[in-house]
Design a protein around this ligand. Structure first.
Ligand code: BDP
Length: 626
C-alpha cells in the first residue's frame, strides 16, 4: 500500500516538474518608448479576433494549452472579456488568449519584441509553446524580447494566460474582509474589474546593432529661451549620435557621445513657443544613433516646453497662475468594457472641450498612450494617476510588502512611459489610500501603525521625485481619511461628497462643510488645495421642481454650490467633477444596476443638464474659476 502511494507521489512530482516553466519578470524600462515605425523600426498590431478559452480550474498549463487551445471561443482584442460573453460578466479567473502570426522576412537579424499594453491583472506569456515571461499589474504595458522563441518562415503562436482574481495583496486590492463596499465582484474600489487584454498587443523590431532604449526630455525656460535637457539611453556598442529639435520654423541639432550607455545634452530654443492649454505648441525631438557616418537607429517623439511650479496658494504654468477645470474619468464603454476604442477617446476629448474643461485626472489607473498624445495636442492638463486606488497602507505585513512592491513597480512603469508628455503636470501616486491596521477596519489607527504607514507611503513620494523632479506630486485624500500625509504633497487634493454621502439632500449643509474644511486644511498646511472629486449620482431624465437627490436638478445645484465655494477662496487651484460619464461598477445597494451614475454625461455620452450648466460656466470663461 505504502509503495503504491510512493509511486503516485513520484509520478506527481515528475509531472509537476515537466510542467514547471521559468517565466522572466517584465522589465519596466522596456516600455519606456512606445513602438514606432520608421526606416529602422517596424511594428505590427495584433489587434483582431483571437482564440479564447476559459480555464476556471487552472489546468491549462498541465494540459499544455500553450501548445494550442482546442474547443475554444473567439474574442476581440482589445476589449474586456466581461462584456463580450454573458456568462463571463463576473468571471475573473484564468483565461487563455492565443494568436498565430508571421514575422516579416525583412525583420530577420533585428531584435524582435512584443508589447502587451494591458493584461489585467496577472499574465503569463508563451511563444511557440515556450515560456517567455510574466507580469503583474493592471492597465500598464509590458514587453519581452522574443528572438530566442521565434521561428522564421513559419507560423508562430503567442499564448497568454491571464487572471484578475481579487486579492488583499494586490493593487488595486480586492476580497478585503469586512470591506465597507459589500459589493460583487468583491473589489475594494468603485469601478468594474474589467479583465483580460483591454489594450492592443504589438510586435515590433529594433535595430540589433544597437538601439535607443529611452529618451528623457526635461524642459526649462530662461526668459524667452526654451531649454530641452535631453538624456538618451541606448544599448549596443554605438558611441555617438545626434539630438535634433524641430518645430515652429526652427531646427537645432547637437551631437551626443555615450558613456556607459547614457548621453546628455541641452538644446536651447530661442524665442521658444511654450506649451499651454491655450497654445499647445509642440516640438519634435529626434534622436539618431550613428556609426561611421551612417545612421543606425532613429526615434522621434513630440514634447513641449513648459514648466510647472507651486507656492502657498497657486499652481503656475510657465509662471502664470492656472486653474484646473475638469473631470475624473474612466475608460468604460458598453460592449468594449475597459478596452481601448479610439472613437470613444476622440469623442471624450470633443465633449470635454465642449464643456470648456481644461484638464482631467486619469482616474484610477494609467490610460492608453493615445490619451496623453491627444491631451498634448489639445492643451489638456493631466493629473496622471497610478493604479494604486483604495490602497491600504496597514494590515498584515506580508500583504503590505507585496502591495508596496507593486506600487513601486507601477511608479516606474507610469513615469518611464509618460514622462515626456507636456500635458502631464502632476503625478498622483494613489487615490484614497488609508492607514488601517486591519483590512476593511474602521476606527482609529494606532501610533505605530501610523508611523509605519507614513514611512512606507513617503517612499512613494521619494521615488516619484527621484524618477521625475520636474512635476508636482500628489495623492488624493478620502473623506475622513488620514491628514498627516498631506505633509508629503505639493497640492492638497481631496475627494469630497458632503451633501451626498453625508447630510443627504442638503447641498447647503454639504457646501458649508466643504468651505470650512478647505479653510482648515489650507491654514494648517499652507499649500494650494484642489477638490479632485465631487458629485452626485444622477439618473438621466429624472427631474423635480425643487432639487432632490438623483434628479438632474440636484446635480446642477450640487456642482454649482461646490464651484461657488471654490471661487470664494484664492488658494483653491482646481475643481474636478466626479465623473465625466456614468460608468459600470460592481453590484451593491448603492449602485443602481451596477452603475455609478455621477456622470455629467451618460455612459453613452449624452449630456445631462449638468453638462450644459458646465458649458455655460466654463466655456465662456476658459481657465478661470467662474
Ligand atoms: C470616491 C472614489 C471613486 C468613487 C467615488 C463615488 O475615489 O472611485 O467612484 O468615491 O463614491 O471616493 O462615486
Amino acid at each position: 500500500m505504502k509503495k503504491k502511494y510512493a509511486i503516485i507521489y513520484l509520478l506527481l512530482i515528475i509531472s509537476l516538474g515537466l510542467h514547471s516553466q521559468k517565466f522572466k519578470e517584465a522589465i519596466p524600462k522596456d516600455i519606456a518608448l512606445v513602438p514606432i515605425q520608421n526606416q529602422f523600426r517596424n511594428s505590427i498590431d495584433l489587434s483582431g479576433i483571437w482564440k479564447f478559452k476559459v480555464d476556471s480550474l487552472n489546468e491549462g498549463i498541465q494540459k499544455e494549452w500553450y501548445n494550442g487551445v482546442t474547443e475554444c471561443r473567439q474574442i476581440a482584442v482589445p476589449g474586456s472579456w466581461n462584456e463580450q460573453y454573458t456568462d463571463l460578466r463576473d468571471y475573473l479567473n484564468w483565461c487563455w488568449y492565443e494568436k498565430d502570426f508571421y514575422i516579416p522576412a525583412s525583420w530577420q537579424g533585428e531584435d524582435i519584441y512584443i508589447r502587451i499594453n494591458d493584461a489585467t491583472y496577472f499574465a503569463k506569456v508563451w511563444v511557440n509553446g515556450k515560456a517567455v515571461g510574466q507580469h503583474e499589474g493592471c492597465h500598464v504595458p509590458f514587453a519581452f524580447k522574443l528572438n530566442e522563441y521565434l521561428q522564421w518562415g513559419k507560423e508562430n503562436k503567442i499564448s497568454i494566460q491571464v487572471e484578475n482574481i481579487q486579492s488583499p495583496s494586490r493593487v488595486p486590492t480586492g476580497a478585503v474582509e469586512g470591506s465597507s463596499f459589500g459589493n460583487y465582484p468583491n473589489a475594494n474600489y468603485d469601478f468594474f474589474p474589467y479583465s483580460g487584454l483591454n489594450r492592443n498587443v504589438v510586435l515590433y523590431s529594433l535595430p540589433a546593432k544597437g538601439h535607443i532604449k529611452d529618451i528623457t526630455v526635461r524642459p526649462d525656460i530662461n526668459n524667452t529661451t526654451g531649454i530641452l535637457n535631453v538624456e538618451v539611453e541606448k544599448n549596443g556598442s554605438i558611441q555617438s549620435g545626434k539630438v535634433i529639435v524641430k518645430g515652429h520654423g526652427q531646427q537645432i541639432a547637437k551631437d551626443i557621445r555615450f558613456s556607459n550607455h547614457y548621453a546628455t545634452t541641452s538644446i536651447q530654443i530661442p524665442e521658444a513657443k511654450l506649451w499651454s492649454p491655450d497654445s499647445p505648441n509642440l516640438y519634435e525631438v529626434e534622436v539618431v544613433l550613428e556609426e561611421k557616418g551612417a545612421n543606425v537607429d532613429k526615434y522621434s517623439l513630440k514634447t513641449g516646453v513648459r514648466i510647472v511650479s507651486v507656492d502657498e496658494k497657486h499652481i503656475y504654468l510657465n509662471g502664470e497662475e492656472i486653474f484646473l477645470n475638469g473631470f475624473g474619468k474612466h475608460i468604460d464603454f458598453p460592449v468594449i468594457g475597459r478596452g481601448t476604442a479610439d472613437p470613444v477617446m476622440v469623442k471624450d476629448f470633443e465633449l470635454m472641450k465642449w464643456t470648456g474643461a481644461n484638464s482631467f485626472r486619469t482616474t484610477h489607473y494609467p490610460y492608453d498612450e493615445g490619451f496623453y498624445d491627444m491631451a498634448d495636442q489639445h492643451g489638456f492638463m493631466v493629473i496622471a494617476e497610478t493604479p494604486s486606488v483604495g490602497l491600504i497602507m496597514g494590515g498584515d505585513s506580508l500583504q503590505l510588502a507585496e502591495r508596496q512592491r507593486v506600487c513601486k513597480q507601477y511608479l516606474h512603469e507610469v513615469i518611464y512611459r509618460d514622462k515626456n508628455h507636456p500635458s502631464v503636470i502632476m503625478w498622483c501616486v494613489a487615490n484614497e489610500p488609508n492607514d488601517k491596521a486591519q483590512l476593511g477596519m474602521a476606527g482609529p489607527t494606532s501610533k505605530a501603525t501610523k508611523e509605519r504607514a507614513y514611512s512606507l507611503f513617503k517612499e512613494h513620494f521619494d521615488l516619484t521625485k527621484e524618477l521625475d523632479p520636474t512635476r508636482l506630486v500628489i495623492y488624493v485624500g478620502p473623506m475622513m481619511g488620514p491628514r498627516y500625509w498631506f505633509e508629503l504633497t505639493d497640492v492638497i487634493a481631496i475627494n469630497r461628497y458632503w451633501g451626498w454621502y453625508t447630510s443627504p439632500g442638503s447641498i447647503e449643509n454639504g457646501s458649508s462643510v466643504l468651505s470650512s474644511e478647505l479653510d482648515r486644511l489650507h491654514r494648517k498646511h499652507k499649500k494650494p488645495c484642489m477638490v479632485t472629486e465631487f458629485g452626485c449620482d444622477t439618473y438621466a431624465g429624472m427631474h423635480a421642481e425643487e432639487p432632490e437627490m438623483f434628479t438632474e436638478e440636484y446635480q446642477v445645484d450640487f456642482i454649482k454650490a461646490y464651484l461657488d465655494v471654490a471661487e470664494s477662496k484664492d488658494y483653491v487651484v482646481g475643481m474636478h467633477i466626479w465623473n465625466f460619464a456614468d460608468f459600470k461598477t460592481s453590484q451593491s445597494i448603492i449602485r443602481l444596476g451596477g452603475y455609478n451614475l455621477k456622470g455629467v454625461f451618460t455612459r453613452e455620452r449624452k449630456p445631462k443638464m449638468a453638462a450644459h450648466y458646465l458649458r455655460e460656466r466654463w466655456f465662456n470663461n476658459k481657465g478661470n474659476k467662474k
